[in-house]
Design a protein around this ligand. Sequence first.
Ligand code: CDP
Length: 584
Amino acid sequence: MTTLPLPVDLPEAAVNANAQVVLAKRYLMKGPDGSPLEDVRGLFWRVAAAIAAEEAKYGNSPFAPEDLARRFYDLMVGMRFLPNSPTLMNAGTPLGQLAACFVLPVGDSMEEIFDAVKFAALIHKSGGGTGFSFSRLRPKKARVGSTGGVASGPVSFMRIFNTATEQVKQGGTRRGANMGILRVDHPDILEFITCKERENELQNFNISVALTERFMQAVEKGEDYDLIDPRDKAVVGRQSAADVFSLLVRKAWESGDPGIVFIDRINRDNPTPALGEIESTNPCGEQPLLPYEACNLGSVNLAVFHDPAAPDGIDWAGLTETVHLAVRFLDNVIDASRYPLDQITDMVQANRKIGLGLMGFADLLYLLHIPYDSTEALKLAERIMDTIQGESKSASKALAAERGPFPAYPDSIFGKRNLGPYRNATTTTIAPTGTLSIIAGCSSGIEPLFALAFSRHVMDGEKLVEANVHFVNAMKEAGAYSDSLMEEVTRKGSIAHIGMLPDALREVFVTAMDIEPVWHLKMQAAFQKYTDNAVSKTVNLPNDATQDDIREIYRLAYELGCKGVTVYRDGCKAGQVLCTGDGA
Ligand code: CDP
């Protein structure tokens, strides 16, 4: 609980009207009658004080708790950095579960399956999302020794998880989110790939197929590959890799599901292989984790670091300082968090993974007048992420000197190669920042804007109308702003086809749909190069994109070192979260 009283001289938070709505509805602590117990300042102070309070137990902290709480407060209200939603909602409250990402093992027995259902329910209740690999489950129709019956297979068990999720609204504030993963060499893989083809099926799941190097090679060579029974690793069949790949592509073309993850690549980057193999990621795919592992995320808002006076328009010193403070913040979150299971507490404490990422990248590009789909933008992406990665590592090293390395360090890849010691097994992850970006009033993650002006459906059918402020300013500066033009932009979302506007504006103010799919992927790869964990990114395709386009994106994702890909073909699924007038 909050240990420091609210100082009277705290600055107000710089939140816009949309952020106010979201914060009031889901983030402010409420009393039994639903009335708020705090205002926005109170929220950020509650979080800052609770996270700073962890400092006291490390006798040699360079910060006094109140001083650090103020620094954390300034970091958040200045919208330079925000921790993931569960931290904002639950820090300093009796619930105290602060991580967004969990992975739970699903073993091949009734006990283990239903344990996982129960554990997932507890995590959803606390605001976290869960990822599972169903690859250990025996295939459909395999014999069940104890009853003499036959097994129903991974997909039918996923439906149980899905139904349980439906019943548990996450802490009353977030709907449960799940990732379901199956290895491509599981005998039930075809059923899995098509398991979401009927509308409303497995709605609380994102699904991804774990592609192995072996499979990718078989696709390239046009060969068959082995299907393996997970229980005894026996080869129980063979099928054409190209056919499976084509089915994957077709389903992704039809509905966006499933995505793919390159599981061997993910395991090559597993920092603690001695603790186990990575089988799954969190729901949105950006955080691969070991079974029973959790991770808290946080994001720097790049738009705030635009500095017109700096030679290249970016306040690098400010960014560096923020990264260092953010790493201390996220490391403290690990200690402040109460996890729903002892196994999770043990695993989290052993690895101390954190995931610092960013949001507001598209805003920064607008401010710098750099088109998203340009080599210059790719170079900037690399430079920014190289900085965040490098500074987060040096911050984690400094924390290790102060507090000791993460306990699993000696057996980790860093320990074995004498790199480090670090305080955290990983430091960087790029999250979607779906809600955080609304709170910060910036573009989400590394995504381009979906539309320059649009209406957004949030919570209970409420509608928020937004126009990008940098776009509006640039239009005004160019003398091109008018109400009728803005109406047209809201209808279309994009200015690509508004011929009366200068080319320079149309090149810079691009939206997701204006950008060639390959640029989406190149951008993902540019950020992945300097990210420990993975990068949340959707490769948007126009409605008339072909299956071959998706095939090419998958091939390129593999070639460019991505850890997975999610594609989305415009209009292929009903009920898009974001919608423009014409497009939806
Ligand atoms: O912006 P916010 O912190 O709310 O979340 P995000 O960056 O959009 O998503 C980060 C992670 O939070 C996801 O990958 C999930 O693991 C989890 N999440 C969830 O469990 N349920 C949701 N409704 C949204 C996110």
